[in-house]
Design a protein around this ligand. Sequence first.
Ligand code: UT7
Length: 314
Amino acid sequence: MKIIGTGSALPKKVLTNDMLSGIVETSDEWIRTRTGIRERRVLSDETLTDLALEAARKSVESAGVNASDIDYIMCHNVCNDAMTPSLAAMINKELGANCPTVDLNAACTGFIYALDMADSLMKTGKARNILIVCAEQPSHFVDWTQRETCVLFGDAVGAVVVTQSDDDCFFKMSTQYTDALYCSDAWHDTPFQKCKKENNFLYMRGRDVFRMAVTNCCKDIKYVFEKSGISSSEVSYFLLHQANLRILEAVRHEMNVAEDKFPMNLDKYGNTSSASIPLLMDELNKAGKLHRGDLLVLSAFGAGFTSGAGVIKW
Ligand code: UT7
């Protein structure tokens, strides 16, 4: 399997650290030094579905295929505009692809889960061209009175088109339970069951998540190297989930990788959950920095606690 097209879409509204300091007790200095984030985008006039469709169209165009050539659409989102139908079904309708659709949720690791599932569908001959759209709107489930979480996230969509090829790719996924990161849903009471009326904003114990992130990323990448027989020196780029500059730097140092192989864009967008890797990939692609045959190592982590890594040829 290989990636043949990328696309992304961002909300228009830019929210800087200084603007945030008018909402919660924080400062540009704290946010920059603890996370590396300077600004993020948040949805205001547009909907997530609008942006998902825009990114989907761009990735199909960049792949040089028609919507009718897409034979599976997978979306990843933690929180969609509608509980049902799925976002993938909405994109299918607007694109006119007329193919099977499904939404996945593996938190911030979602893009790597989607690639792994796409690879499996291709290996069983069930699909040839798959559109993957990672669309996230954390601004709708963080508590805007809690400085510990609301400063970290941003809304965005990243999309890719993958196609069947002889190029090998390899993915490794894992989940280990933690209560350090979760978000409850706001269900309604029924005549038979009362819902727990607990706070349904994102809950996070930052330090625990930080430790698990660094440990899992390093472990996952080492496992991928071992199983695929690829060495670090053969890799063109390490594309990691853009959560925190300090997490990325800790992994980079542990893996002993040069700075220029570890691209980052979280200063502009914050943590955009599963959208962060395809968004970064699209930026590199547009800047002409990806060349056919380049080996890309991907690694991400998120609530669950899910984590995953993989290697794929560009
Ligand atoms: O996709 C996965 C999502 N999650 C993550 O990737 C998060 C991983 N964790 C982290 O990135 C870091 O733990 C944080 C950036 C969330 C926090 O950094 P930290 O160095 O672990 O800080 P801390 O939580 O230990 O808090 C240190 C201090 C506390 O004050 P006291 O108790 O020392 O007086 C916090 O109340 O910083 C305070 N603080 C803030 N101050 C200003 C926490 N958030 C803020 C804030 N502005 N936004």
